[in-house]
Design a protein. Structure first.
Length: 161
């Protein structure tokens, strides 16, 4: 029986390259001269430290631009609430989304079942397995899922016939 997996993985090496590009640009840009703006990545968490709200917004935009340049979807970043740090400076944490959380997986399963496609969907950890009798049904399921408004990048892998 043909099947494929729906996953949401983000290449952390590419995220690291984007963060390094942002750090380089902060070091060379004139409007960041003398500021103490930093961007650091540890596992799936990026920490932005900026002098004020304006610089924080600029660093956020830079991060999105560099993530997009590395051919990643900017929706893989989840910006948490900004916090006050020492003095007038600001700190913000950005989470790099990995895997499908249970709520999103259940929503995708429900949407596929409501569409009356002739496929079965099962949740396997942080990914979904879609099986069907014919390859055409699976291709219809892929097209349907791509048409959904999902705020997370999805990949379709492990297509088996």
């Amino acid at each position: 029986m043909p099947s494929f997996d729906i996953v949401s993985k983000t290449e952390l090496a590419e995220v690291d390259n984007a963060v390094q590009g942002v750090v380089r640009e902060i070091a060379t840009r004139f409007d960041f001269k003398g500021s103490k703006c930093t961007v650091e990545r540890k596992d799936e968490l990026i920490t932005i430290n900026a002098d004020d709200d304006l610089k924080l917004k600029q660093v956020q935009d830079l991060l999105k631009v560099y993530i997009t340049r590395r051919k990643l979807d900017a929706n893989c970043l989840e910006f948490k609430e900004e916090q006050k740090a020492t003095g007038n400076s600001r700190r913000q944490e950005v989470v790099v989304k990995q895997g499908l959380d249970q709520k999103l997986a259940k929503q995708i399963v429900k949407d596929i079942k409501d569409s009356k496609l002739k496929v079965q969907v099962s949740i396997q950890g942080d990914e979904l397995r879609v099986t069907g009798k014919k390859r055409d049904d699976l291709q219809d399921a892929i097209a349907f899922v791509k048409g959904l408004k999902i705020e997370q990048p999805l990949q379709f892998t492990n297509f088996r016939d």
